[in-house]
Design a protein around this ligand. Structure first.
Ligand SMILES: Cc1ncc(COP(=O)(O)O)c(C=O)c1O
Length: 454
């Protein structure tokens, strides 16, 4: 369904080039090519300002879980703005929307993750998680427990603390010096890290040993927490072996190290359960969330604390000197409540599980044996087609050939928006996607790969 053109695309592109500074973008290139300007969305579809339709195969940025154009969410925001647009949560103030959402989240998060500190996005949520982990040990009389363990290829956002936990080198270049006190261990990345070709149990044991050795080297009494995404997203959709989290969590417990689950992508249905920690059946002390909590309709994030962490913070008669102006923004919280209701009413976590399996099978069937496809993997609706120059040696494609850029053009030309790079094509559509739409996504990716890589 093409939409009548209501925008002057050339004028918008010129103004964008003159005034916008695009995040995570090759600025030089976008000044040459101009941006793709998207002006309307409905369901899994987006339309550009010339009326061309695309499948949003990346759900915005892994976040538009309920799909585009949900009028209920516009109503929830408008009604809250009419009532009162803003009250803070500082100084003991509160609002019904923030209270109701925190109670709903406490009900949804497993175990005793019952206490919510709100933020506006994932990086802020992780900054809070990392600071609260340190604060917990400070209050426990162990202020020397400050170090944070995270994983290579982990992504936790770009604020300085979250960035320090992020294990993707390109995000660090030019922004140093980084925050000290962060240690990175290997990702559970079978395709590229399991170089000895160990079986699944052997690879998990190797990763567990590395963690034990790291803790022994650094000293457990200097480590506050380990942070990790249940499934690593931006670092390349790294799906851990089934028993990975079972092996990691007892080691942390034994050494009195808190576990922070970064649920910013995995949360709210994407991996086939409401939370990634449920897909892998582990219980962290702290969790961070953002993205899917409002399906991106309005910025919101937060940090969920266990009873033990919260009770420790509540014990002393002192101020908790942390928080953001927009912690618990009533409009964002109202949208969050309504959005979660949609996710539950429409069983979107289950649909993500079923459609994820179907799309994985379709991609493997259509492109899995292409000579430059090293692996097709995924969990729920987080998937990747990972490239290799050579399937035997697993060497990477030549970055000078700009395959990522060419694949981006090839997929967009065919009406699909996905994240293309030299390393692979990451796919994360809205959780409402249907089988037919999955077939279209798989078919477009297969055709595009054949066009660009032969
Ligand atoms: C796992 C994870 N954590 C944190 C973030 C940072 O979130 P934000 O960009 O909202 O700060 C992201 C963003 O993609 C993410 O994928």
């Amino acid at each position: 369904m093409a939409v009548a053109q209501t925008h002057n695309t050339a004028e918008l592109v010129a103004k964008d080039k003159a005034h916008m500074v695009h995040p995570v973008t090759n600025i030089k290139q976008v000044l040459e090519t101009g941006p793709l300007v998207l002006s309307r969305g409905e369901g899994v579809y987006l339309w550009d300002t010339d009326g061309k339709r695309y499948i949003d195969g990346f759900a915005g940025l892994w976040n538009v879980n309920v799909g585009h154009g949900r009028h209920e969410l516009a109503v929830a925001a408008a009604e809250q703005i009419d009532e009162v647009a803003f009250v803070p949560t500082f100084f003991g103030l509160s609002s019904p929307a923030a209270i109701d959402l925190s109670a709903k989240l406490a009900e949804l998060f497993p175990g005793d993750l019952n206490h919510i500190h709100f933020a506006s996005g994932g990086a802020e949520a992780n900054e809070s998680a990392l600071k609260i982990a340190r604060y917990y040990w400070f209050l426990k009389g162990q202020p020397e427990k400050i170090k944070i363990i995270s994983r290579k290829q982990g992504y936790h956002g770009i604020a300085m603390g979250a960035l320090a936990a992020t294990g993707i080198p390109t995000y660090h270049q030019g922004f140093g010096p980084g925050v000290p006190g962060y240690v990175h261990v290997s990702a559970p990345y079978d395709y590229r890290v399991n170089v000895d070709n160990l079986d699944e149990d052997g690879f998990v044991a190797q990763l567990a040993n590395e963690l034990e050795e790291t803790i022994a080297r650094e000293g457990a009494d200097t480590i506050a927490a380990m942070i990790g995404e249940p499934v690593q997203g931006a670092g390349g959709v790294i799906v851990p072996p089934a028993k990975y989290w079972d092996a990691i969590t007892p080691i942390l417990k034994k050494h009195n190290i808190l576990l922070i689950a970064d649920e910013v992508i995995c949360g709210f249905g994407r991996t086939g359960s409401m939370f990634g920690m449920e897909t892998y059946n582990f219980q962290p002390d702290i969790a961070s969330f953002a993205k899917g909590v409002t399906s991106g309709y309005i910025p919101l994030g937060g940090t969920v604390l266990s009873d033990e962490v919260f009770n420790t913070m509540a014990e002393p008669d002192r101020m908790f000197m942390h928080g953001f102006t927009y912690s618990g923004h009533p409009v964002a919280c109202a949208v969050g409540i309504r959005n979660i209701q949609i996710i539950e009413d429409e069983n979107l976590a289950a649909n993500a599980g079923a459609m994820g399996e179907y799309l994985l099978g379709a991609l493997q069937g259509q492109i899995g044996d292409h000579p430059n496809v090293g692996q097709v993997r995924g969990k729920g609706l987080m998937l990747i087609v990972e490239f290799a120059a050579n399937r035997e040696t697993k060497g990477k494609l030549d970055p000078a050939k700009n395959y990522g850029g060419k694949l981006q053009d090839a997929t967009r030309k065919r009406g699909l928006i996905v994240r293309c790079s030299n390393d692979g094509i990451a796919i994360a559509p809205p959780l409402i996607i249907s089988k037919d739409q999955c077939d279209e996504v798989a078919g477009t990716i297969a055709e595009s790969i054949k066009e660009v890589l032969g």
